[in-house]
Design a protein around this ligand. Structure first.
Ligand code: HEM
Length: 492
């Protein structure tokens, strides 16, 4: 056919006809990355499939990810048209993540680069630690609500770094508004839309997906909420700046510079970028923290080894800080293993080609959705033996050195020009939370009334972003001194 013969080259191999919908039993509908990984084994590192007239290229190999998404960034940096459409439907047109590859997207990335690149993300070290200490105290006081604590930590970090705004522990007006918007977005990103984004359904049968009355109501609510999410916190910073009491933040930083350079007209883009931080950073970061807690419950020997490392370096009379980071390689390996063991975005965020291309003798059509199967790569036993086992040791060389890799330069933050611009901030806030938890508390399986341990299974939700299903655990303080130190740092 015309499709397969263009340039005389075949499309990459893949299942034909696609065993889809009619043959739903052949695919795993709740974890499409499993199906993609199986296709990877059968057809190779690059696979072609087609759904509802759309071309999908699925990549199951890290080297191919680098070659295409990274080295051929000029072709592989667009987003699928359906993603842009989804932004509109959810009332979040401001969202950088789904903007088409073009000038507006470039203006967004420029602001991210100026405010959250590595040296800028490092300006907030005290903040990451202070919020991490609040997190540990919440875990000690209310161990039954891990997910809420992970989300509270993430929300308060995001609001502080973006706007210099200190959130209230409960019912914060800004957080509630953004949370409302995130909830609507999650409701709107139905399984059907996810299917179009990722090429495989997250559902058994094709449901109704076209906008009905409920959807129209929702989208009006979305637009109102969205306008507030973009405007209100920004105005807050401008007011704080006028009173000269605005702390360091992404918005105050950029705004001050822009005014100094006579570029005050960048405000609209700045507002949109700031509002995007929540959309991009909230569920992903809290998912990783939640997975870390789950791993610690399931792998007590890993927890003990990390605690021994921390105790040897830090002792009992202070808490860890960023100066200790290089001396704690095992903690570093735990952070890497969290990202690998349970990638928060198992299929990353889909890219799209803005031109035809050829690769290894295959034809890659323009407009194809390109999927990075992050979960599949992370669980390829040829690269990561015993892939379901949480094993920080795998990040060390045979002679005991931490492998030459950095946490932020990691496939699980995506690849190429669209790579996650929040990775330096995410990486540092994750490290601060993980090292603070390990140094101050012990997390274990909870015990039932019969005194027996309550079993915990590593079960995860499904969707574009995944996180552990609720599990029980017990939390105990490791040291009275550290508990006091934690409290000493807490803001009223
Ligand atoms: C551990 C936490 C996080 C993980 C695992 C993560 C992961 C990702 C991934 C996989 C992508 C897609 C990259 C690609 O298309 O190749 C992405 C994009 C993005 N992330 Fe993150 N992210 C995290 C935290 C954050 C934070 C804290 C922010 C905000 C500061 C953020 C903002 C964004 C934005 C704006 C994009 C879209 C970039 C674009 O389309 O150009 N992320 N992230």
């Amino acid at each position: 056919s015309k499709q397969t013969k263009r340039k005389g080259l075949p499309l990459p191999p893949g299942p034909r006809p696609l065993p889809l919908l009619g043959n739903a039993h052949q695919i795993n509908t709740s974890q499409p990355w499993l199906t993609y990984a199986a296709w990877g084994k059968q057809y190779g590192g690059i696979v072609y499939s087609r759904l509802l007239g759309q071309d999908y290229i699925i990549i199951n190999d890290e080297n191919i990810v680098k070659t295409l998404l990274d080295q051929r960034g000029a072709i592989y940096s667009d987003r699928p048209v359906i993603a842009t459409y989804m932004n509109k439907m959810c009332g979040i047109d401001f969202n950088t993540s789904f903007l088409p590859y073009g000038d507006l997207w470039r203006a967004h990335r420029k602001i991210f680069h100026q405010t959250l690149r590595e040296d800028k993300a490092a300006l907030y070290h005290d903040l990451y630690l202070r919020k991490a200490h609040d997190f540990v105290q919440n875990l000690i006081n209310f161990p039954g609500d891990l997910e809420t604590h992970a989300e509270t930590l993430t929300a308060s970090l995001i609001m502080a770094v973006t706007y210099g705004y200190e959130t209230q522990i409960r019912d914060d007006p800004f957080v509630n508004r953004v949370q409302g918007l995130v909830d609507i977005v999650l409701q709107t990103i139905t399984p059907a839309l996810s299917a179009l984004l990722t090429g495989l359904p997250f559902f058994e049968r094709l449901p109704e997906w076209f906008p009905g009355a409920a959807f129209k109501r929702r989208s009006r609510l979305c637009r109102d909420l969205s306008a507030e999410v973009v405007e209100r916190p920004f105005q807050y910073v401008i007011e704080q700046m006028a009173k000269e009491i605005a702390p360091q933040s992404m918005v105050s930083d950029f705004h001050r510079n822009a005014i100094a350079k006579g570029e005050g007209d960048q405000d609209r883009v700045l507002k949109e970028v700031a509002a995007t931080v929540y959309v991009g950073g909230f569920k992903t970061t809290s998912s990783n923290l939640h997975s870390f807690l789950l791993a610690m419950v399931l792998y007590p020997e890993v927890q003990q080894r990390a605690q021994a490392e921390i105790d040897a370096v830090i002792g009992d009379d202070r808490l860890p800080n960023f100066d200790d980071r290089a001396a704690l390689p095992y903690v570093e390996a735990i952070c890497r293993e969290v990202l690998r063991w349970s990638p928060a975005a198992p299929l990353s965020v889909p890219h799209a080609t803005s031109n035809d291309d050829t690769f290894n003798g295959y034809y890659i059509p323009k407009g194809a959705t390109v999927i990075l199967n992050a979960w599949g790569i992370a669980h390829n036993e040829a690269v990561y033996p015993d892939p379901f086992h949480f094993k920080p040791e795998r990040h060390f060389t045979a002679d005991g050195q931490l492998k030459d890799d950095s946490l932020s330069n990691n496939l699980f933050f995506g690849s190429g020009r669209r790579i996650c611009p929040g990775r330096f901030f995410a990486e540092r806030s994750m490290w601060a939370a993980i090292v603070s938890v390990l140094s101050s508390i012990r997390i274990e399986k909870a015990r039932g009334p019969d005194g027996k341990e309550i079993e915990v299974r590593p079960d995860f939700t499904t969707g574009m972003v995944i996180y552990p299903k609720p599990f029980q655990c017990s939390v105990t303080s490791r040291s009275a001194t550290k508990e006091k130190l934690l409290r000493g740092k807490v803001t009223a």
